[in-house]
Design a protein around this ligand. Structure first.
Ligand code: DGL
Length: 291
């Protein structure tokens, strides 16, 4: 059994560390100074976390990579839902004031259940079909996403709601998230996989490609190179960060503290992810191992 003080990487979360050490003392910090929780099956959600940091520089952030149970994209909705519930409980133990589900697969399969179980705001991410339909010139949009996202009823509803007269072509991308986890952004294997997934969409005439998985923005430069300059690439990470800001602000949950917020990282996978997370986050981070 891991003790509470062990559960928080101290260097990263000073505000929380003080609260943990004050055992038996009533928590003085108002909920709005509590951290914001963010999770994904792996490092992909860092593509969203970076936008959140830009949008909300003073917030403390806790990021969880569920790499020990990834990928989510080829698992059953039940499996992903159970993981999402577990990760949310973990984040709530760290007193998060809201949870960002920085994973399309977990959002489409689990966000309704999370909202029904837990009393904090949840902000999710779904493939950017709507902005893609607004951006396309020829009315043909291609979506790259996990198989599970594409199968989900939420995704089908999304298309049904917004796709009036336009065409949405979809492509599941098994194996692609693993390449991002390995930081293999431009290797021959990644190129071959992307070629296999991108080419059919381009051949069907798509002039706009939706990055429907939070891992794929890290492959955007390669996608741009392979698809050509004329193709629009839609990443919804920035829009999600604006939504996070609106959701916190509407509930009076924006932090009142001055100065830059901290960021703490946790993983259910190998601690070697520290190198990858540090590189994607842009500064050296310590990664805690989840129980
Ligand atoms: N990053 C995740 C998403 O946005 C899923 C990757 C995976 O675990 O398959 O869907």
């Amino acid at each position: 059994m891991i003790s509470k003080s062990e559960m928080i990487p101290k260097r990263e979360m000073n505000g929380l560390e003080m609260m943990e050490e004050g055992k038996g003392v009533t928590m003085k910090t108002a909920a709005n100074d509590n951290p914001l929780g963010v999770f994904d099956s792996g490092v992909g959600g860092v593509s969203v976390l970076r936008w959140i940091r830009r949008q909300l520089p003073r917030e403390d952030l806790i990021y969880v990579s569920d790499a020990g149970y990834a990928p989510y994209g080829n698992r059953s909705p039940h499996y992903v839902e159970e993981r999402a519930v577990y990760l949310t409980r973990f984040l709530l133990e760290h007193r998060v004031k809201a949870v960002v589900v920085a994973c399309n697969t977990a959002t489409v399969t689990s966000i309704a259940r999370l909202r029904s179980l837990f009393p904090v705001p949840f902000i999710g991410i779904e493939p950017g079909v709507k902005p893609a339909l607004a951006a396309t010139a020829n009315g043909i949009v291609g979506v790259l996403a996990t198989t599970e996202t594409l199968k989900s009823s939420s995704f089908h509803n999304l298309i049904h709601r917004f796709c009036k007269g336009a065409r949405v072509e979809v492509q599941g991308c098994p194996g692609l998230m693993e390449q991002v986890e390995a930081m293999a952004f431009t290797t021959p294997k990644t190129r071959a996989l992307l070629d296999r997934y991108l080419t059919p969409l381009l051949e069907k005439g798509a002039d706009t490609i939706v990055l429907g998985c939070t891992h794929y923005p890290f492959l955007a430069p390669l996608i741009r190179e392979m698809a050509g300059e004329g193709i629009r690439i839609i990443d919804t990470g920035e829009a999600v960060s604006r939504q996070v800001c609106r959701a916190l602000s509407a509930r009076g949950l924006l932090t009142s503290r001055e100065g830059p917020g901290a960021a703490a990282f946790w993983t259910s996978g190998s601690p070697t992810v520290e190198t990858v997370l540090s590189s994607l986050w842009g500064e050296s981070v310590t990664v805690g191992r989840m129980p």
